[in-house]
Design a protein around this ligand. Structure first.
Ligand SMILES: Cc1cc2nc3c(=O)[nH]c(=O)nc-3n(C[C@H](O)[C@H](O)[C@H](O)COP(=O)(O)OP(=O)(O)OC[C@H]3O[C@@H](n4cnc5c(N)ncnc54)[C@H](O)[C@@H]3O)c2cc1C
Length: 463
């Protein structure tokens, strides 16, 4: 029998150090059925004299969105971010649906990409994006702009933003006691090392990215990761015209054995990058190859920033423990194939915060693990198919140059473009048309066979 049920059963009212009390209804249910399982949140103790306190660690898209939703939902919200002017290494491509769903102002979007060139190992370029409707585009943002916008909005809605480095947390022994967070605060202007502080909260959202300390604190386990490398290159104005509304993706063994290289346009520069899981030690070689492939178009460019960061490959073995949940990269929500994580970070932060707001009845009650688990359930139900489809695509099409040639050839098909863009822009696995699907399957096999035959001929010629 757990302690809440036991105390309710014998008719005791528990007054914890935080003056929590149990609802009478919970007691009746427990006595009548002698059941130990307490339904999520419903019979949780009230928090009195204050609202539920939640800390969000990390102020990227996951943290900013989580904090905004919590604050709007009546939660006493703290967001701890180590670097308020952080420029997260990132391509910054976001799907159209994010602009609407997160009510993003258009002036934080540097470029609206309506044309995408997919470029094969043998430099065959296919234009995709021809099926886009006039209002459809891929947004290109600089992360320093997007992240601070989302954090500021959380603050406007009542969240307290703390400029600090989260260090560790003390996990409570008793189920309603607070988590004690330890962090170095930079708010007090005490110099580079900051000032050691603590904060007591009832629940924690770990939105602190791929190297999450929150994940370590709850023994969430590790995930496989890719290392991504990116250079921001300022190119001459006349070259920038080419990239005005156009992005490029390069595939081939030279640019990455298992990912793709990219050139994404930003306000006054382009971001050129690549990534790999399997050959991390060769990342600079792949970066050079990506730059070489684009060399004519970026000629005369000056590298203004070099950045690298891990990208998770799959969710962590554990994303939740007690009243601590992981979201965004901390949880491992980046899709294979596209390496996309911004939207999923913001969405998971929001979804987790909604579960807390709901479970706590707008901050009036303590939450428990079951309340937070609702977020995981909803997340997996909503996005599992998207992750699976992209995982399969990566396995089929990124494994060799012939497969990549076939992939690029396939991208010329309008049906493929429409399916791909609809799925990307609106974050649903677009339902297909059976006849077109069949044609696509036949064409794909044809492309793969042709590409393999081409490789055999090239091997014979030793080129
Ligand atoms: C090179 C590269 C290119 C990419 N390109 C794209 C792209 O074009 N489109 C796309 O959708 N995705 C892209 N991604 C993936 C995307 O960047 C991530 O999925 C996304 O940033 C995840 O957001 P997040 O909020 O979970 O974590 P992050 O953005 O990593 O934010 C974590 C925040 O936590 C803070 N933090 C970390 N530790 C602590 C601590 N101990 N205390 C306090 N604060 C802390 C950090 O400063 C940071 O602000 C790319 C990734 C890389 C590396």
């Amino acid at each position: 029998m757990n302690s809440i049920a036991l105390k309710s059963f014998v008719g005791l009212r528990q007054v914890s150090p935080e003056k929590t009390q149990f609802t009478g209804q919970a007691k009746v249910i427990t006595i009548r059925h002698r059941k130990l399982k307490i339904v999520a949140g419903k019979y949780s103790p009230l928090v009195s004299g204050r609202n539920l306190r939640v800390a969000v660690i990390g102020g990227g898209p996951a943290g900013g969105s989580a904090a905004e939703t919590l604050a709007k939902g009546g939660i006493e919200t703290y967001l701890i971010e180590r670097k308020l002017d952080n420029a997260k290494p990132c391509g910054g491509a976001i799907p159209l649906c994010m602009v609407g769903e997160f009510d993003l102002p258009l002036d934080i979007i540097d470029r609206r990409v309506t044309k995408m060139k997919m470029i094969s190992p043998s430099n065959v370029a296919v234009d995709i994006g021809q099926t886009l409707k006039p209002h459809e585009y891929i947004g290109m943002v600089r992360r320093e702009v997007l992240d601070s916008y989302l954090r500021d909005r959380a603050k406007e809605n009542g969240a307290t933003i703390i400029n600090g480095l989260f260090l560790k947390m003390d996990i409570p022994k008793d189920k309603n006691s607070p988590y004690v967070l330890h962090f170095s605060s930079y708010d007090g202007k005490t110099g580079g090392v900051g000032e050691k502080r603590t904060l007591e909260v009832d629940a924690v959202i770990g939105a602190d990215g791929a190297n999450s300390r929150v994940a370590k604190s709850i023994n969430a386990g590790d995930y496989e990761y890719a290392i991504a490398f990116q250079e921001r290159i300022k190119i001459p104005d006349d070259k920038m015209v080419y990239y005005e509304d156009l992005a490029e993706m390069y595939v081939g063994d030279d640019v990455s054995p298992d990912f793709y290289g990219w050139v994404f346009p930003k306000c006054d520069h382009v971001a050129v990058g690549t990534g790999t899981v399997t050959h991390k030690g060769d990342i600079k070689k792949f970066q050079l190859a990506t730059r070489n492939r684009a060399k004519d178009k970026i000629l005369g460019g000056k590298i203004i920033r070099v950045e690298a960061h891990p990208i998770p490959e799959h969710p962590r073995p554990r994303r939740l423990s007690g009243r601590v949940a992981l979201v965004g990269d901390a949880a491992g929500y980046v899709t294979k194939c596209s390496g996309e994580g911004i939207y999923f970070a913001a969405k998971s932060g929001r979804m987790c915060a909604e579960a807390i707001v709901e479970g706590s009845e707008n901050g009036k009650k303590m939450v428990n693990e079951d309340d937070l688990r609702k977020y995981l359930k909803k997340w997996d139900q909503t996005y599992w198919p998207t992750y699976k489809v992209l995982d399969v695509l990566q396995k089929v099409f990124y494994r060799s140059n012939p497969a990549r040639e076939a992939f690029v050839e396939m991208c010329a098909d309008e049906y493929v473009q429409k399916m791909t863009f609809d799925s990307y822009l609106y974050k649903t696995v677009a339902p297909g048309n059976p006849l077109e699907d069949l044609k696509l399957a036949v064409n794909t096999i044809g492309s793969l066979v042709r590409a393999n035959a081409l490789r055999r001929e090239m091997d014979k010629l030793n080129v």
